[in-house]
Ligand binder design. Structure first.
Ligand code: HEC
Length: 204
């Protein structure tokens, strides 16, 4: 550094430090206040509100797997749909699906072309997203627009043994969601219900 730069730094060093720290604090406050002020009053929907309308995928599971469904849930009603959604969400957390899958379409890198509309805050203001399941890694594809991408049957086969329907897949199988004859238990029906719900508000 030459003498001129030295003098400049000496003279304005204090200003730079104060400005740097000041903007840091300002940024910190806005990052915190912004979401609270602008997004904090979006109502939080309960699972019961969400489950008010039973989607065709849940009724389809009852038709495709009548015995298994009857044993697990009885019949497809708003109450049993709510139960399946809750259990599916718990399984998603328990099995660490969030370790390989995100649930958030970002407004970058043409993601909407791949997954669909960019995610909005209101999509996460519900009981099933508390805590939110954005995830941090994408070993597998994003799942927030998963509803209707595949059929129930595809998911039932996929969770049992992913490479059987998606050759070369590195996703682990979840055979403990099935009984010894390979028929879906309550867990399989619930996790399929949960992934078929993800993004169902965008496409049906
Ligand atoms: C080790 C990482 C890993 C884990 C853990 C994992 N997955 Fe996957 N998943 C993948 C990969 C990779 C794919 C893409 C290949 C395929 O379809 O099998 C995938 C695909 C999927 C798909 C199909 C997506 C599409 O649109 O084609 C769904 C649904 C899914 N996973 C759900 C789950 C759920 C639910 C769990 C937890 C029970 C889970 N995954 C656990 C890696 C993982």
């Amino acid at each position: 550094m030459d003498a001129k730069t030295d003098i400049l730094i000496e003279r304005f060093g204090f200003v730079f430090i104060v400005a740097g720290v000041g903007f840091f604090i300002l940024g910190f406050i806005f990052q915190m206040l912004g979401p609270v002020l602008f997004l904090g009053n979006i109502p939080i929907r309960s699972v019961e509100e969400i489950a008010h309308e039973v989607p065709w995928q849940f009724r389809d599971l009852a038709e495709e797997y009548p015995e298994e469904f009857k044993r697990a849930f009885g019949s497809p009603t708003p109450e049993t749909y709510a139960e399946a959604l809750r259990l599916g969400r718990d399984i998603y957390i328990r099995e660490g699906c969030w370790h390989c899958h995100s649930q958030y379409v970002r407004p970058v890198a043409n993601e909407p072309l791949r997954y669909g509309p960019v995610s909005t805050a209101s999509e996460y203001q519900n009981e099933l997203q508390l805590p939110q399941l954005f995830g941090t890694r994408r070993v597998g594809p994003d799942l927030i627009r998963e509803a209707g991408v595949h059929s129930n049957d595809w998911h039932i086969a996929h969770f049992y043994d992913p490479p059987s329907v998606e050759p070369g897949s590195i996703m682990p199988g979840y055979p403990w969601f099935y009984d010894e004859d390979g028929r879906p238990k309550k867990e399989a029906l619930s996790i399929v219900t949960f992934v078929q719900w993800l993004g169902s508000w965008e496409r049906r």
